[in-house]
Design a protein around this ligand. Sequence first.
Ligand code: KDG
Ligand code: MG
Length: 402
Amino acid sequence: MKIASARVIVTCPGRNLVTLKIATDDGLHGLGDATLNGREKAVVAYLEDHVIPCLIGRDPHRVEDIWQYLYKGAYWRRGPVTMTAIAAVDTALWDIKAKAAGLPLYQLLGGRSRDAVMVYCHANGADIAEAVDSVAAHMAQGYKAIRAQAGVPGLDKVYGVPKGGAPYEPAEKGLPVETVWSTEKYLDHAPKLFETLREKFGFGLHLLHDVHHRLTPIEAARLGKALEPLRMFWLEDPTPAENQDAFRLIRQHTVTPIAVGEVFNSIWDCKGLIENQLIDYIRATVVHAGGITHLRKIAALAEIYQVRTGCHGATDLSPVCMGAALHFDIAVPNFGVQEHMPHTAETDAVFPHAYTYRDGFMYPGDTPGHGVEIDEALAAKYPYDPAYLPVARLEDGTLTNW
Ligand code: KDG
Ligand code: MG
C-alpha cells in the first residue's frame, strides 16, 4: 500500500476547522485534525508546502517511521505549527491502519481498558446564581464532572463566560478583541462560586475550574488553598507553564489537584512537571501534541508517576480530534477524564461520526478507524472566516496572559 494523495480541507461551519485527508493507492483514506485556533493558515501552508510532497509514495503502515521522518527530518523540532501538522498526518495514518485491519482504532492501541470515557462539560454564568443554574442544567443531562466559570463583579468579560448565557466558544470573528483583567477581583470571587456549588449540590459531583494561565505561582497557591475544603477534581492552568519550576511553589502550598498542558505540543513540555510530580493531570491532546503516536509516549511517562490524562477537548479541536481522542481515552491505562464541549449541529453535519454521548460518558464506537468522516460537499459551503481569541490587559493597560 502507498500514499497516493493528500489534501487539506478548510471549513468554517461556525468556526474554522482544518482537516488533512490522506488517500492510498488501494482506495483507503484517513483523516487527521490540523486545527490550530487563530493560526489555521500557518498549519495549512506547512502541510501543503512542506509535508504533503514528502508523503506521496510512502507506505502508510509505517506510522512511527513517518512520525520520526517529519519530526527529526525537519531539523526544526517541536512548536505548535510543526506538531499540529505532524499530528494531522499521524492521526490520518492510524485511521488508515485501523481501516485496513477492519478494526476500531482502540483495538490497535491495546484494546479497551474501560467501558466508557467519563467526560466533563462547561457550565458558566454571568454571576454565581446563573452559574449554579447552568451546573444544574448540565447535571440534568447526566454529566458527572462539570467545569464551572462565573463572571466577576467589576469585569466586563471573563474567560469562559459568554454574554447572554450562550455556550462558551473560543474565538470571535475578526481581529482579536481586547479585554480587561483584574487578578484581585477574580481571586476574591472564585472561591465563592465553589462554596455555593458545594452548598447546593454536595460533594457527589466532580467540579473543575480553568484559571487559564492568569495567576502568578503564589496567587495560584492562594487559590488552591482557598479551594482545598471544596475538594476540586482539578484546578486547570493555574499559572503559565513555560517555567515548570513555578508549579513546585504551588505544590508546596496546596493539595488541590492541578491540570496543565492544553498548549503543550511535545513530551518535553511535560517532562519536568511529570517527573517531579508537580501535576496530577496532563491535558495534552491528539491534535496539538503530535498525534496518537506522541500522545501515547506522554501518557506512558505520566503513568509511572500516577499522573492521569485529561485531554483538551474544546470546540476549536475538530470532531476528527475528538474521535481519535476517545479511542486513546478508552485504551490508555492512566485515563482521568476527557473534556467535552459539544460541537454545533452544523459542525456535526460536516463531520459525521461514530462517537456518542450518554449520561456523562462518551463512547468511540466500533466503526473501523477512528470513526469520523468529512462531508466535503457540505464543508465547501462554509469558507474560511478569520477569527481570533481575545487578548487581555490589566486595568492599567499592561498586556497580560489571556
Ligand atoms: O483555543 C484555545 C481554547 O481551546 C482554550 O481557550 C479552551 O482553555 C480552554 C479549555 O480548557 O477548553
Ligand atoms: Mg483550558
